[in-house]
Design a protein around this ligand. Structure first.
Ligand code: ARG
Length: 363
């Protein structure tokens, strides 16, 4: 509980002393096993296990009387790379909430909004084509997606011809060129298989039927732009299409800009999220949509939610919720990295966790 600090400010008193006064009056008998003051004046309450157990027992006959359709967007990794340690948060928190809400009697629809589209894929399929032309098998070439990604990035930076091919493939992919789509699909299949292994190890309930990737909204994107333009919500700005939101204006009163189409015609992350939102309301009939994404995307989500409501894609009584969480930090207080500065693969972390657990159990 962090209220002691702001209260102390108003009372112009020492926050730790105020926290102590609060503790002196606090009676959490049977509820907390430990209460203490930490840092500048936080009050840490450790709930007693018997109390928690009792709360859980009480919920068993606490089915909801108003079942809702709840769409939960979670895990949603980008397929260009392997899942890393940061993906644990969305995957685990989202799955917990999915299970809890289901248990309470709600109709839960899991949506794995996988990132399977965008400019990176031009580079990746150009690399895949190159490696396959050397007689390699796709599964083998893609057995380590991190290595594969780095190889393709190296080619892209060092070889102008390769870079041209990669850029041309982005365009071809967008116009459904059969050869590009085939390579892309091979890449996606291998990447999805990596993720399924991880979900199984984690006992997370996400399967193929929950995958609703970014590419599945491609057909809707032009419609979104046209509709937002017709409603005069999206306007032209330096050749791009932008939604300016007064609702999210900054300190100076300048509206918050959300680009929905680039000047070259390309669509963006936000465009896809608007299409996904519309699908969740129109087709999935969501009463609530929950997003488990880290806090760095808070502004993005606010923009998407505000635009979705303004454009009438979402009725006012549908609840849109971004359940944000922080970043995984190493002991140095910086985002968690390996000693060499790379991201930690989730697959490797799980292998190590199992090894360490086995040691403990054997002891
Ligand atoms: N693929 C995104 C990322 O890795 C997360 C997607 C979350 N869901 C959404 N509807 N935007 O950052």
């Amino acid at each position: 509980a962090n209220g002691a600090m702001s209260a102390a400010k108003q009372l112009k008193t020492n926050p730790r002393e105020l926290a102590q006064k609060i503790l002196d009056h606090l009676d959490l008998d049977g509820i907390a096993s430990k209460v203490d003051i930490a840092g500048p004046g936080f009050i840490n309450i450790t709930l007693a296990e018997p109390f928690l157990a009792q709360q859980l027992a009480n919920t068993s006959d606490n089915k909801t009387e108003q079942p809702q359709t709840v769409v939960i967007d979670y895990s949603s990794p980008n397929l260009a790379k392997e899942m890393h340690v940061g993906h644990l948060r969305s995957t685990i928190i989202g799955d917990c909430l999915a299970r809890l809400l289901e248990y309470q009697g709600h109709q839960v629809i899991r949506q794995n909004h996988m990132g399977d589209w965008g400019t990176q894929f031009g580079m990746l399929i150009a690399e895949l084509e190159l490696q396959l032309s050397h007689g390699d098998q796709a599964e083998l070439a893609l057995s380590d997606l991190e290595v594969f990604y780095q190889q393709s990035k190296k080619h892209f930076d060092a070889d102008p011809d390769f870079a041209d091919t990669a850029r041309a493939y982005v365009v071809k992919l967008q116009s459904s060129d059969a050869n590009c789509l085939k390579l892309w699909q091979q890449f996606i299949n291998v990447s999805v298989a990596h993720n399924s292994d991880i979900y199984q190890q984690l006992n997370v309930g996400l399967t193929a039927k929950h995958i609703k990737p970014e590419s599945s909204y491609n057909d809707q994107l032009q419609w979104i732009i046209d509709d937002l333009s017709n409603q005069q919500l999206a306007i032209e700005s330096d050749g791009a299409k932008v939604v300016f939101l007064d609702e999210l204006a900054d300190k100076n009163g300048d509206p918050s800009p959300m680009i929905v189409q680039k000047s070259g015609g390309g669509f963006l992350y936000a465009t896809t999220d608007l299409a996904a939102l519309k699908y969740r309301v129109d087709t999935l009939k969501a009463d609530r949509v929950l997003y488990f994404i880290d806090a760095r995307q808070s502004l993005h989500m606010k923009q998407v939610f505000t635009t979705g409501k303004k454009a009438n894609y979402v009725p006012s009584d549908v609840s849109l919720e971004h359940h944000a969480f922080g970043t995984m930090m190493g002991s140095d207080g910086k985002p968690f990295k390996t000693r060499t500065g790379g991201t930690v693969k989730l697959a490797d972390l799980l292998v190590e966790a199992i090894e360490r657990a086995e040691l403990l159990v054997r002891e």
